[in-house]
Design a protein around this ligand. Structure first.
Ligand SMILES: [Zn+2]
Length: 234
């Protein structure tokens, strides 16, 4: 079992979301199976965002930092979208420099997100390298939107608030792909608690119920250490 995105640790291996300052305070005190994600949340983007992102540079090279984020775009809350885009672009550049996946918060700004992804993949293509994976965390979109995101190579992570039909579609797309290609290289989705006060065990149980599969199957499918982290161990 693995909690892909959380703001509190429990007894499960996880990626704990932190600001750069939090990371420096907590890195030596958390269990060995706690990895970190460091970034500037779009709600916290303000006039001094450059200073905050600058702090990320040295911290994100730490081997304990596995992902960059959560960062992204939010049209409902936070500073002007144009400022959020600038701060997000700066963090994309950091993720590419340190070669780590991104954990993305996106609310009502999926067109802008896809445009930025396209810009990045084109740039990487010109430079002859692959772009780092982007995972949209807490995805609550409908099946059509999930399909659109996956078609552009984006990955999804679900907390307990997912759309059940979306979960079923994502799982069936994965199953079809693995039937054709053998074991698919990429995990179908990840599971997380985000900042909700319960255990990721409950999310695994809920997903297992909705998909009609054993939790043990989800344990391997939803473990990012088997996929985007290339067998990375704690
Ligand atoms: Zn979060």
């Amino acid at each position: 079992m693995f909690n892909f995105h959380t703001h509190h640790t429990d007894d499960v291996p996880c990626i704990l979301n932190c600001s750069p300052d939090d990371f420096l305070l907590r890195q030596d005190h958390e269990r060995a199976d706690v990895a970190f994600s460091v970034g500037l949340h779009p709600w916290n983007v303000s006039a001094d965002w450059q200073e905050k992102v600058e702090k990320m540079r040295s911290v994100t090279t730490s081997p304990r930092v596995w992902t960059i984020g959560e960062c992204g775009l939010d049209k409902v809350r936070g500073d002007a979208l144009s400022v959020q885009i600038e701060a997000f672009r700066a963090q994309i550049a950091i993720a590419e420099a340190v070669k780590k996946p991104m954990v993305i918060h996106c609310v009502k700004a999926f067109d802008e997100l896809l445009a930025l992804r396209k810009e990045l993949t084109e740039q990487c293509h010109r430079e002859g390298r692959a772009a780092q994976p982007w995972v949209i965390h807490g995805f609550r979109g409908k099946p059509e939107q999930a399909k659109q995101m996956m078609a552009k190579g984006l990955l999804l992570s679900f907390c307990h608030l997912y759309h059940v039909e979306t979960l079923r579609l994502v799982f069936s797309l994965y199953k079809n792909a693995s039937a054709e290609e053998g074991r698919s290289r990429v995990s179908p989705f990840f599971l997380e608690t985000d900042d909700h006060p319960f255990s990721v065990h409950q999310i695994y149980e809920q997903v297992s119920h909705h998909l009609g599969v054993d939790v043990s199957l989800l344990d391997s499918l939803c473990d990012p250490r088997q996929t985007i982290f290339h067998q990375k161990a704690f």
